[in-house]
Design a protein around this ligand. Sequence first.
Ligand SMILES: *Cc1c(COP(=O)(O)O)cnc(C)c1O
Length: 406
Amino acid sequence: MKFNPADNIQDLQYFGEFGGVNPSISDSSTYTFLSAKTMFDTFEGNADGCYLYSRHTSPSNLYLGEALAAMEGTETANVSASGMGAITPVLLQLCQAGDHIVSSRTIYGGTYAFLKNFTPRLNIETTFVDITKLDVVEAAITKNTKVLYCETVSNPLLEVADIKALSELAKKHGIALVVDNTFSPLSVAPAKLGADVVVHSLTKFINGSSDTVGGVVCGTQEFIDQLRNVNDGASMLLGSTMDSLRASSVLKNLRTLHIRIQQHSKNAMYLAEKFEAEGLKTVYPGLKSHPSHELFTSMMNPDYGYGGMLTIDAGSLEKANELMELMQHKNLGYLAVSLGFYKTLFSAPGSSTSSEIPEEEQKEMGLSDGLIRFSIGLDNNIERTYEMMKACMLEVGMLTKEATLV
Ligand SMILES: *Cc1c(COP(=O)(O)O)cnc(C)c1O
């Protein structure tokens, strides 16, 4: 049977302590042992199923991790307090001083800043490459390279990584392929295409209500055990642990992810086609004009579409700002960073989420001043939304009446 992430989540069954339909929340930081010997064994990592201390694991966090592992098709998963709290321990677990990382140059601003400014302090160097050029990626790999890092759909340019080809490259050179799948949950399952580790910011589509930050690392039991090791595990020792109350709330939101993603994708596809037809420079993996449209189509699960993220170019930062302020004023969404909310969110990445990237480099990678990133919401009537957005674009002079009449 074909791998279907939402079916895998559906097939999990939990009962609360008193037969509740939701698992009970473990509201404890520490756990008792009936014998001192079991406590010792747990520290040594030899007592499966015993809880020790909630920075290590808690039942609530394990439930959420199990559901996310089912979604990504990995053996297991470890949840964390934020997406960065998932990404940074993975990289620090896989790399030591003297090691090297090859990373896509179009990645989340925080990850970029970590690799560019922080890990060099630990003598871990990163080469940033155009991830869509496999020969360039391979040429950047050195004998010290330990990790190949990318996002399935990149932030904010929506470039698509060829996960299968990258995983073959990684295997050939004996390095780990780490993929951030935050922009494309359910649509793409990177581990099924050969990624060794899949990370997510749960803050975005997966939780979907913009009320918390959270993250997850999905991978093999062996790797997750290493991350949690009490002696040298980066997740355990750096301590970005998710709280149990929050894990239980994210798990409840995860249950509607498949329905939400379908609606985000449907709405984004509708708007992308309309914007493009109006002559706006529109980037959306679902459009035939997207350079990786075929590639995305070959990797995706068609049940969930091309996702909720699209960009348009307003021409200049001033125009972009004018349009975003007007759209917020008309209650079409919020001028805010982040994504995956029920309402549309928009921001100009060049001056916000990607401002960590120097202006020169922004230009080189095609990140223009007037770029607006949209996370399209769950709007019930997207035709109505489109008409209202078009009216805003006419008002700020991005479209002219004549042009839209042709
Ligand atoms: C938001 C985001 C992150 C960071 O996640 P936080 O939960 O904010 O720490 C990492 N990767 C991508 C692609 C993101 O969008």
